[in-house]
Design a protein around this ligand. Structure first.
Ligand SMILES: Nc1ncnc2c1ncn2[C@@H]1O[C@H](COP(=O)(O)OP(=O)(O)OP(=O)(O)O)[C@@H](O)[C@H]1O
Ligand SMILES: [Mg+2]
Length: 320
């Protein structure tokens, strides 16, 4: 069952009540937490799968079974990753044999983005039922096509949630404490980027820029350029601090390179990182502490065994 509705519609409350009711029937109940901003299951910037063990079944009390890192705390900022995560978590829940799988979603239903996102989740999750929690008709552009589809069965219910129940500051605070809880007991590990692939940003794939080339760009920009590489289609540089559009153009001109892709080291350090293992599965989430591209190492606070890590995705979400 997939539950839709705007922010504060009451999705998580309904999922909690359904989980409790289904648990009472004695069957296995799983929750897929598809809201990367207010993750109840798993750390922020992930889609999580949890097993509901005992009532009162707050999603946050579910036992974490699997994760998919999206790298962002807003579904709108990575709709593809959100959809992939939901599909993979539902698939995993089915493989584990859960009788009931409840998908709690983010509040993004508005507009074309909301329609495409929610319909993609439904297409891949293949729920038996879609529940739309609405105050007026804000979910209609998403759910109308399922009216006669069977499956999914479509249930429209009034949204009884309290609007603006949590401020942005409270949401941020919840993310901060969820991350701290998740990373309790973390250790610092330095990963060799010859063994572990840097998935995002995709670096260490081309020919390194020479020292004179790096110096030329650094002079144009007036700041350190910590890495640069040339590969088919253009040049990628990593500066110490973020640079403006016009500066990037000037740097590109200095290298005779178009297009020029830029990253800032200060954006990478402090960012959340997804740690993937065999089967392309997110094993866990860490926080980037250092990136040394010339030395080909990445230092991360993590709780996952280093040997199991095959690739790392540095997200846009940060320790807040
Ligand atoms: N049926 C209900 N009756 C009364 N209050 C409700 C009901 N459902 C939810 N609420 C209250 O409304 C607020 C928002 O509910 P909830 O967190 O379940 O919404 P949500 O749709 O999951 O929000 P978000 O999009 O932020 O995840 C909470 O304070 C909750 O206690
Ligand atoms: Mg919710």
């Amino acid at each position: 069952m997939l539950v839709l509705g705007e922010t504060d519609a009451g999705k998580t409350t309904l999922v909690t009540q359904l989980a409790n009711a289904l648990l009472a029937t004695g069957h296995g109940v799983a929750i897929v937490d598809a809201d990367p901003g207010q993750s109840e299951i798993g750390p922020p910037a992930t889609i999580g799968l949890g097993r509901v063990a005992r009532p009162p079944a707050r999603p946050a009390e579910a036992t974490l079974l699997a994760l998919h890192f999206t790298g962002v705390t807003s579904a709108a900022a990575n709709t593809l990753g959100t959809v992939v995560g939901v599909a993979r978590m539902v698939e995993r829940a089915r493989a584990e044999g859960f009788a009931h799988v409840l998908v709690d979603t983010s509040g993004l239903v508005t507009g074309e983005l909301g329609r495409a996102l929610k319909q993609a989740k439904i297409a891949l999750a293949r729920p038996d039922a879609v529940v739309a929690l609405q105050r007026a008709s804000e979910c209609e552009h998403v759910v109308r096509p399922y009216e006669r589809a069977h499956p999914p069965m479509l249930l429209r219910l009034p949204a009884l949630g309290v609007p603006r129940s949590r401020s942005q500051a409270e949401r941020r605070q919840r993310r901060r404490s969820a991350l701290a809880r998740y990373l309790a007991g973390a250790r610092r590990a330095t990963l060799a980027l010859d063994r572990v692939a840097l998935r995002a940003p995709p670096l260490l794939l081309g020919t390194p820029l020479t020292a004179p080339e790096l110096a030329r760009v650094a002079e144009v920009l007036g700041q350190d350029v910590v890495w640069g590489e040339r590969r088919a289609g253009g040049v990628t540089i990593v500066t110490a601090e973020p640079i403006a559009e016009a500066e990037a153009r000037a740097a590109g001109a200095a290298l005779g390179a178009r297009p020029l892709v830029t990253h800032a080291r200060s954006d990478l350090v402090g960012a959340l990182a997804g740690l993937e293992g065999a089967g392309d599965e997110t094993l866990g989430v860490g926080v980037v502490r250092d990136v040394d591209l010339a030395g080909r190492t990445l230092t991360v606070d993590l709780t996952v065994p280093d040997e199991a890590i095959v690739s790392v995705t540095i997200g846009r979400a940060r320790e807040e």
